[in-house]
Design a binder for this molecule. Structure first.
Ligand code: 8OZ
Length: 365
């Protein structure tokens, strides 16, 4: 029987176990640059003997316009690429694997974070009824500007160049962030996308940007180093619900499956919330994809073990549990208790609530 602790070949990436550290926004990249504190944080979680078999980095903007929150890292400048090296080297020194999550927030942004104070870019001119975090604290999302059709090749190009930068920075691959109501999701869903061009209306049209991005990234770095994160029914970031999420996401997966992707990562239900927020047949989605299937959202030890043992998932991503338990892998193995999370220290700040959560050894010493 398959176990959470068995190795797996994910496309071109060999992982030592099925435990994944989910992408987690922590807002410690001052000036959009990865730093030594971040390298320590990732290193603490990267050794497969005690931590994750695969680390997915925090969401990382592919361009200046792709930023929506203060102090999130970028991967679009030479300085950022060089700064990521300390993180990828630290993870590899522990015997771990790491992919970077490529992110464009679209309309989930604020003019104060945009170059020249310009309007954030989206599929639509409709403002998101949501908040983001800027220098002045939590602020309502700004009025976006709908991208013109002739601007979309430039967006695809930003993803391609970011993927190239990822390899130059020492990452083992990338995960394209197509979830949680950010740019690609703003094109996918008819609850947001109100376009009249080839990128709006029908399901194939709304999936077009995702398919073009995945194709460009897979061509650039290889499908075997490329994954994608989807969240078919999450309502977060004012994403609403698509009128037929099942048909939309089955079409999307059918279209990208021939690219030979390393993995698909699915958030089941509402991100960080209830798993049963809306009906969705995830098993039907998986039937369209032959690669590694990664699941996420509220998994505990028994549920994760059962999922892998039953073959329902190949990998399980843990988010908040990995924040408060750097040695979550060991705790899963030994069925040890988990440290509680301090939600006040999630976003921004320094080492407190970031690199100071105790391992089992420290806690029992
Ligand atoms: C929490 C806070 C800010 C951003 C996501 C990148 O939900 C995020 C995010 C989460 O995917």
């Amino acid at each position: 029987m398959r176990s959470l602790f068995d190795p797996l070949q994910i496309g071109d990436i060999a992982v030592a176990n099925r435990i994944v550290m989910a992408p987690l926004t922590r807002n410690r990249a001052i000036g959009q640059l990865p730093n030594a504190l971040m390298a320590t944080y990732y290193r603490q979680r990267a050794n497969p003997a005690t931590g994750a078999g695969l680390v997915i980095s925090e969401a990382t903007q592919i361009s200046p316009q792709g930023q929506g929150y203060l102090d999130t890292p970028g991967i679009h400048s030479p300085e950022q690429v060089a700064a990521w090296r300390q993180v990828t080297d630290a993870v590899h020194a522990e015997g771990g694997r790491i992919v970077v999550q490529l992110w464009h927030v679209g309309r989930i942004s604020h003019v104060s974070l945009q170059p020249g104070g310009a309007a954030p870019l989206s599929s639509t001119n409709k403002v998101a009824n949501s908040k983001t975090f800027a220098a002045e604290g939590f602020v309502p999302c700004s009025q976006p500007r709908a991208l013109r059709t002739d601007e979309l090749p430039g967006i695809v190009e930003q993803y391609r160049l970011a993927a190239r930068n990822a390899i130059a920075a020492g990452f083992d691959g990338v995960e394209v962030h197509a979830a949680n109501g950010y740019l690609i999701d703003q094109f996918l869903r008819d609850s947001i996308n109100d376009r009249a061009d080839a990128y709006g209306g029908s399901i194939p049209n709304r999936a077009r940007l995702l398919v073009e991005v995945m194709t460009a990234v897979a061509r650039e770095i290889g499908g075997g180093r490329t994954g994608v994160r989807l969240s078919p029914v999450t309502p977060v970031n004012d994403a609403g619900q698509d009128s037929d999420a099942q048909a939309l996401f089955e079409h999307a997966v059918q279209q990208i499956a021939p690219l030979g992707l390393a993995f698909i990562h699915v958030i089941e239900g509402q991100t960080g919330g209830p798993r049963d927020v809306a009906p969705f047949d995830y098993a039907a989605l998986r039937r369209h994809f032959p690669g590694a299937w990664m699941v996420n959202n509220g998994y505990g030890r028994a549920m994760a073990q059962d999922s892998v043992a039953a073959g329902a998932a190949d990998l399980v991503a843990f988010g908040r549990p990995f924040i408060s338990n750097p040695d979550l892998g060991r705790r899963l193995r030994e069925d040890a208790p988990w440290n509680a999370l301090n939600p006040a220290l999630l976003y921004g700040g320094g080492a407190a609530g970031y690199t100071d959560y105790p391992t089992l050894d420290v806690a029992t010493a």
